[in-house]
Design a protein around this ligand. Structure first.
Ligand code: KIV
Length: 286
């Protein structure tokens, strides 16, 4: 039997900013929680963008079903298929060397039960090479989490606002408001932790409640619209980089105006072509 290498036995000293020639694993994530280290996560949907984030030291990349809205032109995450997630997850894995790549299980590929979830997650692990999968739901998805984890597939859970339920919500409302809803959210987060999830995404949850969940869990919480006290923070990359058109949720911070920059570059190219300035001599073979 192959023995683990020294690198596999040890854990990364830090998730962000650390060096190392191997991929981040769920053991590194657990060690970061013990150290009280905060860490960033971004979505990625293609090899080239993923390689930029990998080089920037982002330790965890989520091939989220947000690709439905951000990459594939759907109106929500609901139509995204497992084939689409598998194909783009494989691209993200190919574009990275250090980031832990987490593949999202899309709507309809795990709700039937644990066996369906295992079949879907197995495709992501075997065909795309992801290191973990993510699924939505707390108590309602605990059986799925348990079977995946006991089968050797690390699971990131996702509670609070679960966008695959947009049709049931009638929008994207903040979750966990009021005593009863807050208690349910706590039960949901504990249920997936107890089922073996290595991290729990908290989406659109009041900051005070997210802080309480974070204190009460032994695994890291990954906040998106859940305040500053979560162990990690995730943003959809196209939102973070200013690529998304239209109104953005309140919790998004834009670090770049990429849509404007790219549109400007496209216009400059078009004007050069129309005006005859491109191609110039240096772009020409003789
Ligand atoms: O699909 C996605 O990008 C997500 C994140 C917003 C957590 O689920």
């Amino acid at each position: 039997m192959t023995q683990p290498s020294p690198a596999q036995k040890s854990v990364a000293k830090s998730l962000y900013g650390g060096s190392g020639s191997r991929r981040i694993t769920v053991r590194d994530i657990a060690a970061a929680k013990e150290r009280g280290e905060k860490w960033p996560m971004l979505t990625a949907y293609d090899a080239m963008t993923a390689s930029v984030f990998d080089e920037a030291g982002i330790p965890v990349l989520l091939v989220g079903d947000s690709m439905g809205n951000c990459h594939l032109g759907y109106e929500s995450t609901v139509p995204v298929t497992l084939d689409e997630i598998v194909m783009l997850s494989a691209a993200v894995v190919r574009g990275t060397t250090r980031s832990l790549v987490v593949g999202d299980l899309p709507f309809g590929t795990y709700q039937e039960g644990a066996v369906q979830a295992l079949r879907s997650a197995t495709r992501l692990v075997k065909e795309a090479g992801v290191g973990a999968v993510k699924l939505e739901g707390g108590e309602r998805s605990a059986d799925q989490v348990e079977l995946l984890v006991s089968s050797g597939i690390p699971v990131m859970a996702h509670v609070g606002l679960t966008p695959q339920s947009v049709n049931a919500y009638g929008g994207y409302p903040v979750q966990g408001r009021g005593e009863e809803a807050a208690q349910q959210l706590l039960r949901d987060a504990k249920a997936v932790q107890d089922a073996g999830a290595f991290a729990v995404v908290l989406e659109a949850v009041p900051a005070e409640l997210a802080a309480e969940v974070t204190r009460s869990l032994g695994v890291p919480t990954v906040g998106i619209g859940a305040g500053a006290d979560c162990d990690a923070q995730v943003l959809v990359w196209t939102d973070m980089a200013g690529m998304t058109a239209g109104r953005l949720p309140k919790f998004v911070k834009q670090y770049l105006q990429m849509r404007e920059l790219l549109g400007g570059a496209a216009k400059a190219f078009a004007e050069d072509v129309v005006g005859g300035a491109f191609p110039a001599e240096e772009h020409t073979f003789h």
